[in-house]
Design a protein around this ligand. Sequence first.
Ligand SMILES: NC(=O)c1ccc[n+]([C@@H]2O[C@H](COP(=O)([O-])OP(=O)(O)OC[C@H]3O[C@@H](n4cnc5c(N)ncnc54)[C@H](OP(=O)(O)O)[C@@H]3O)[C@@H](O)[C@H]2O)c1
Length: 347
Amino acid sequence: MSASGHDRTPPSGPDRGSPSGSDRPPAGGRDRPPANGTGRPPPVGRPPFDRIAVIGARGQLGSALVDRRWPVGTLVLPVTRDQLDLTDRESVWSYLLRWRPQVVVNAAAYTRVDRAEDEPELAVEVNQAAVASIVQGVSAIGARLIHVSTDYVFDGTADGWYREADQVNPLSVYGRSKRAGELEAFALDDSLVIRTSGLYSSTGTNFVRTIRRLGRERDRLEVVDDQRLCPTSADDLAEAIGVAIEAGLKHTGLFHVASVDDATWWEVADEILRLDGRRSAIDLDRISTEQRLAQGRSIARRPADSRLSSEAFATAYDHTLRPWRTALADVYRQLARRDDEPAPAPA
Ligand SMILES: NC(=O)c1ccc[n+]([C@@H]2O[C@H](COP(=O)([O-])OP(=O)(O)OC[C@H]3O[C@@H](n4cnc5c(N)ncnc54)[C@H](OP(=O)(O)O)[C@@H]3O)[C@@H](O)[C@H]2O)c1
């Protein structure tokens, strides 16, 4: 049985029409009664949900969620593309019906921001249509959904930190597809939609690993210094999601969850090189977004200032993410440990 104690009727058919009726930007979420089906708080020591599926389990956030330290007795189902292809509606449906998780975390997405400009259909298929399929499956089994979105739903022209109720205006195919996915997730009135920013981790392809590698290969780097954001460790975001799940997902709706402070990409690069002992050996040049676009090194437009205020989440779940420098130092230590590990023996 589902954690929320009741099964919901699946929506009728895949083309369920516009989600406009659910286009509700809840400012910092809503309160819910404890979602354990009894109306009472869960017994001390027993997690409110103990069967959690993580879609996109090989991605940065997905891996961090799978690796998180969960309460004893929690079964985390790592869902990879081999088990569930988001472009195949049947595979989404059959996975969820077969494994019947209580909570589904959708950490999967089409995340190649520049390439999305050339393959918008695929971006929309993964970031919007697949979310609609997940919503249907989640609804059918009476589970709860946590869906992850992005600061790129904003155009970056606000004066200050973005809050949940602020006007969206994505500048890119990726941003528009992610916004469309948010609207699909809002079709469930008890979903938790989390917008985050500038994710990095010790695995996968990301800015931190790229700069660390380039800093060891070159003596000069150019990095954009006019995009301000909240660089967020995937481990820290996974922890915040875990905290919300352990609290019974009692606050739902839309929340921003990102590092508590902000930086430009140049500032992040500066810190990575410092941690790696390479800063004095590198000329780290500042370039503008317009220069990068003109050089053809970026294609998609990105917001100039997409700082996310996570205050609403901090208030709701009593949890704040660490400053990015502290979290980055942790990721750097993980990378350094991996350097020290012996290479795997040849097969
Ligand atoms: N990265 C950022 O800077 C950033 C910033 C803000 C928000 N976000 C959002 O945060 C979330 C997590 O991002 P991330 O950086 O962890 O992503 P990621 O590392 O790029 O991982 C994405 C995952 O999605 C999976 N995936 C893609 N297409 C799929 C398909 N058709 N079927 C099944 N799985 C598929 C990938 O599977 P494979 O491993 O098989 O390719 C991968 O495991 C996403 O919603 C993203 O939009 C990211």
